[in-house]
Design a protein around this ligand. Structure first.
Ligand code: ZN
Length: 165
């Protein structure tokens, strides 16, 4: 009888702890390389402007982004989770008013989802790790890919090649 009671206590503890973990959403969690945070945690982690663009799929005013004319060698990372997104080697001046790249650093770095908010078909570009809204991809880019990843400066941080990670 005593053994059964101990077993019951252990099971309660296991299920209790599991339920507690599932409810813990205030901080960042990394599982299967996904960064998961509650909406309020993202609000706290980002400035209001960045939050509107990154979590609410906003678009910065063209020709105003801090990284638009940046031509230094380095890498562009997700502002929300730091994942590498683009290399400066793929950046080009599209004349559209937003930082533009002809390819991501790797196909795994981004997720492309059809965006049905517009009359024409377009694809939204998201960070594959934290689902941050980055911008859109169009098929009017230069060689070698013919693609134009039109990305908000507000969604990225730039790291110079010689800067420490
Ligand atoms: Zn991210």
């Amino acid at each position: 009888m005593k053994q059964i009671m101990i077993l019951c206590l252990c099971l309660t503890c296991i299920f209790g702890c599991t339920a507690q973990d599932a409810n813990k959403v205030s901080g960042a969690q990394k599982s299967n390389l996904k960064v998961v945070k509650s909406d309020s945690a993202w609000k706290e982690a980002l400035s209001y402007e960045d939050y509107c663009i990154i979590r609410k799929k906003g678009t910065e005013v063209p020709f105003t982004g801090a990284l638009l004319y940046n031509a230094e060698p380095g890498s562009y990372h997700c502002k929300a989770c730091n994942q590498l997104l683009f290399s400066s080697e793929a950046k080009f001046d599209s004349g559209t008013g937003w930082p533009s790249f002809f390819e991501p650093a790797s196909k795994k770095a981004i997720t492309e989802v059809e965006d049905k908010r517009y009359a024409f078909t377009t694809y939204e570009v998201l960070c594959s790790a934290c689902d941050a809204h980055l911008g859109h991809v169009f098929d009017d880019g230069p060689k070698p890919t013919g693609l134009r990843y039109c990305i908000n400066s507000a969604s990225m941080i730039f790291k110079k090649t010689d800067s420490k990670p």
